[in-house]
Design a protein around this ligand. Structure first.
Ligand SMILES: Cc1ncc(COP(=O)(O)O)c(C=O)c1O
Length: 374
């Protein structure tokens, strides 16, 4: 149990007018999300960030920021034009966001009325729960993976109803690393023409398959991308939405014109254009993922096949002890045991080669310390 998520306080509303302001009922009932951000001064194999650095060109841009520049409101438009051109899209098909977290928030606030349903595949990223709860309390429908953690296409299609207005699927998925093939996503989009299909491609670079090329031709498709993972800009908070121009126009109305800060906007194209650096980092992760998988095999630890920059591993009842032992050994892991169907599972991020080696050595030592057996 990580203690990072919990249901909101009891949905008791004070009826007495003099008892002070109260939030909406939906907010009272919303789950809270408190990721364990404290005390991360160790090898960070816990949050699936880039664990190394962004492109050196980003650091050059940061050094060039002036004091006067900081006094101005940020201008998102020209950067959207450049990002769209880089990705082969039109500018009106792109909306830059304050991370994919905000993209999820915008999708929910734009497309969900209180009586609507949203459909997700679980286990998955918890921010879908939080944001659907805000807009359509009681409207979240979950399709649980079986033990393989693979995408249950037939059951998922069967869960679509006339009330389904938003479908959110991460591919590769977090925390499992499982993918949903592009053809399956297109099938879902066609099966739910009155719903928006939000495909969360936060981990796209570590996999390679995308639905971005379907933006514009599939009218109800919206793709989310982050710059927090492969690009190494988690601290700058920048992500994007790409979709049909009309859908993006509705979402643009919902979001603040200043949602992305100017430092992030200044750095974004420097990061995107340094493809050599990006390719290097992605290759570090891909080869590191193989090395970690081989190391886990040698230790007799089971894990799920992953197309992302992490592996979900099966420890069993000693999951909490392992996370604590790893911390003592200087490496942070993320306990995923409270995720649906994940009891006894922990997740380890894949970084650059030396970090994978350090992570594996710490894992070996920690498993011995806690006298782990299969
Ligand atoms: C599937 C998924 N989507 C979105 C995010 C959040 O990305 P961002 O940092 O861009 O808000 C994460 C972060 O862990 C994630 O796992």
């Amino acid at each position: 149990m990580t203690g990072e998520t919990k249901a909101g306080p009891p949905a008791a509303r004070k009826d007495d007018d003099n008892m002070g302001p109260m939030p909406r009922k939906a907010v009272l009932a919303m789950p809270e999300y408190h990721p364990p951000l404290a005390g991360r001064d160790a090898l960070r194999l816990d949050f699936n960030e880039n664990t190394f650095a962004p492109s050196p060109r980003v650091m050059d841009r940061i050094k060039a920021i002036t004091a006067e520049g900081l006094t101005k409101y940020p201008e998102r438009g020209p950067v959207e034009v450049a990002v769209a051109a880089h990705l082969g899209l039109q500018a009106d098909q792109v909306l830059l966001t304050n991370g994919v977290d905000e993209a999820i928030h915008i999708c929910c606030t734009t497309f969900l009325d209180a009586e609507d349903e949203a459909l997700i595949w679980t286990p998955t990223f918890f921010m879908y729960d939080v944001n659907v709860g805000l807009m359509a309390p009681g409207g979240l429908r979950r399709v649980q993976s079986d033990e393989s953690m693979e995408f249950p296409l037939e059951r998922f299609l069967a869960a679509i109803t006339p009330k389904t207005k938003l479908i959110m699927i991460a591919s590769p998925n977090n925390p499992t690393g499982a993918v949903v093939p592009r053809q399956a996503l297109l099938h879902i989009a066609a099966a739910a023409p009155d719903a928006v299909l939000f495909v969360d491609e936060a981990y796209f670079h570590f996999h390679g398959e995308t639905t971005l090329s379907d933006v514009g031709t599939v009218p109800n498709l919206v793709v989310g991308r982050t710059f927090s993972k492969a690009y190494g800009l988690a601290n700058l908070r920048i992500g994007m939405l790409a979709g049909d121009a009309e859908l993006i126009a509705h979402m643009r109305k919902v979001c603040s014109p200043y949602n992305v800060n100017g430092v992030a906007l200044d750095c974004l194209m420097a990061a995107m254009e340094d493809t050599e650096y990006l390719d290097w980092y992605v290759e570090q992760v891909r080869s590191g993922r193989e090395k970690m998988a081989a190391g886990l095999d040698a230790l007799g630890v089971a894990y799920f096949p992953s197309a992302a920059n992490f592996l979900l591993i099966k420890i069993g009842p000693k999951h909490k002890e392992l996370v604590e032992a790893m911390r003592r050994n200087g490496v942070l892991l993320r306990d995923r045991s409270t995720d649906p169907g994940c009891d006894g599972f922990v997740r380890i991020t894949i970084g650059v080669a030396e970090q994978v080696e350090t992570g594996l050595a710490a894992l070996k030592a920690s498993l011995e310390e806690i006298a782990w057996t299969r």
